[in-house]
Design a binder for this molecule. Sequence first.
Ligand SMILES: CC(C)(COP(=O)(O)OP(=O)(O)OC[C@H]1O[C@@H](n2cnc3c(N)ncnc32)[C@H](O)[C@@H]1OP(=O)(O)O)[C@@H](O)C(=O)NCCC(=O)NCCS
Length: 89
Amino acid sequence: MGGGAAVIATARLLADGVCNAWLVDVWTASAQRRRGIGSAVVRRLLEKVPGHHVALFTEERTNFYARLGFAEERTGMSLVVGNWLNRPD
Ligand SMILES: CC(C)(COP(=O)(O)OP(=O)(O)OC[C@H]1O[C@@H](n2cnc3c(N)ncnc32)[C@H](O)[C@@H]1OP(=O)(O)O)[C@@H](O)C(=O)NCCC(=O)NCCS
C-alpha cells in the first residue's frame, strides 16, 4: 500500500432519512475478521438512522447479522434483472 492507509472494512447504508434504509457492501478484510470490526462499523451506521426500518439481503452470514439484532422477515419482494451476476444459464 506504499505506506498509505489501508481499507480494512466497508459498509454502506442507503437511507431516505425518514423510514427506510438498506444495508449493503458489508465487508472486512480477510486478515482482520473476527475482531469485532464488521459489527462496530454496522453499529455506527445504525446509530445514524433512528426510526428506520433497515433491510438487507444476504445468502450467508446470517449469524453475523443476527448478533447485531437483525431478524428474518417473511414480507418483501425482489427481482433479478436477467441472470444473477450476469452469469450464463
Ligand atoms: C461477514 C463479515 C463482514 C464479518 O466481519 P467481521 O469483522 O469478521 O465481523 P465481527 O468480527 O464483528 O463478527 C461478529 C460476529 O459475527 C459472527 N460471524 C462473523 N463471521 C462469521 C463467520 N465467518 N462464520 C460464522 N459466524 C461469523 C460471529 O458470531 C462473530 O462473533 P465472534 O467472532 O465473537 O464469534 C466478513 O466475514 C466479510 O467481509 N465476509 C465477506 C463478505 C460478506 O460475506 N459480507 C456480507 C454479505 S451480505
